[in-house]
Design a protein around this ligand. Structure first.
Ligand code: CAA
Length: 292
């Protein structure tokens, strides 16, 4: 087992020695032993779990929280034993948005010069799949963070929305783009212009969520971990390729997208795992992946 895995293994409720953090924090690395806003664990083989853990602020997404989240994501991305990542919150909140108290005093030049919330886009660079398990509020940046994940699971009673209009601003972490892609222009426009919310049940109906579960965070998290474990049981090479081609469909027209997919499909004939998977099928055996 790698030393990194040993570092991530315990469900970490790490010590909270007070420290001064800059008001705006760009991408940095930190030791998982000093996490104050998240918990990390590996609850199933091949699965990394990150739990947002700022309960007093309903997991509001402060800059220090993002430093920790990006650090944990990077460690799971680099850990060869991890095949899929799950991101969750609590029964009450996945995340109630960007931290309004942190944002309130910012000036235009604070935000512009420091490229405020740019580190949120780190999630988009990950090649391993991330599943969001959402219960309770997923508002503003919380909704945007959930939509950045590759698969979105939620409870039927989860509360999605982009309420920034009520604060005199607009979504800033991709909400207008991803919500429109998922729901269509009219529904997204209605939600973003009114600040109205969407239940988890409606999110599933409109295609924002892959699945809405009865119950609370435990139930949706169980579902997400089960799916993550299934994904982690496949060849990492094929999983990364599958994520890449699905994401390409967001950027390319159908003709270019199909051609791109075919090129990646062709390239997988150069992998060991394609030979192993197809041979195992023919021999009615379980494939033993080499991840190569
Ligand atoms: N930022 C900072 N603190 C927040 C927060 C946020 N986004 N959301 C909740 N909190 C804090 C509250 O201030 C409160 O703290 P105190 O106990 O110290 O007062 C604590 O969390 C609990 O919140 P409430 O008492 O308000 O709980 P509630 O159950 O009555 O209401 C809620 C829950 C409807 C989610 C309400 O908290 C709320 O409306 N939150 C703000 C949601 C929002 O507007 N999100 C968008 C933020 S802007 C953004 O995200 C921009 C972007 O695109 C990047």
């Amino acid at each position: 087992m790698s030393s990194l895995r040993l570092m991530l293994r315990p469900v970490a409720a790490f010590s909270s020695a007070p420290r001064t953090l800059p008001r705006l924090v760009r991408f940095q690395t930190t030791s998982s032993s000093s996490y104050e806003n998240i918990l990390v664990s590996t609850p199933k083989p091949g699965v990394g779990l990150i739990t947002l853990n700022r309960p007093k602020a309903l997991n509001a997404l402060s800059s220090p929280l993002f430093v920790e989240l990006n650090d944990a994501l990077r460690k799971f991305e680099e850990d060869t034993e991890i095949g899929a990542i799950v991101l969750t919150g609590s029964d009450r909140a996945f995340a109630a948005g960007a931290d309004i108290k942190e944002m309130a005093p910012l000036t235009f030049s604070d935000a512009y010069v420091n490229n405020f919330i740019a580190p949120w886009s780190y999630m988009m660079t990950l090649r391993k799949p991330v599943i969001a398990a959402v219960s309770g509020h997923a508002l503003g940046g919380g909704c945007e963070l959930a939509m950045m994940c590759d698969v979105l699971y939620c409870t039927k009673t989860a509360n999605f929305g982009q309420p920034e209009i009520k604060l005199g601003t607009i979504p800033g972490a991709g909400g207008s783009q991803r919500m429109t892609a998922a729901l269509g222009k009219s529904k997204a426009m209605e939600l973003i212009l009114t600040g109205n919310n969407l239940s988890g049940e409606e999110a599933e109906k409109h295609g924002l969520a892959a699945k809405a579960f009865d119950g609370g965070n435990k139930e949706v998290l169980d579902g997400a971990l089960e799916t993550a474990a299934k994904i982690a049981s496949y060849s990492r090479v094929a999983v990364i390729a599958a994520k890449e081609v699905v994401n390409k469909s967001q950027d390319l027209g159908i003709r270019e997208g199909v051609e791109y997919e075919r090129r990646i499909f062709h390239s997988l004939f150069g992998s060991q795992d394609q030979k192993i998977g197809m041979k195992a099928f023919a021999e009615k055996k379980k494939a033993e992946w080499t991840q190569s």
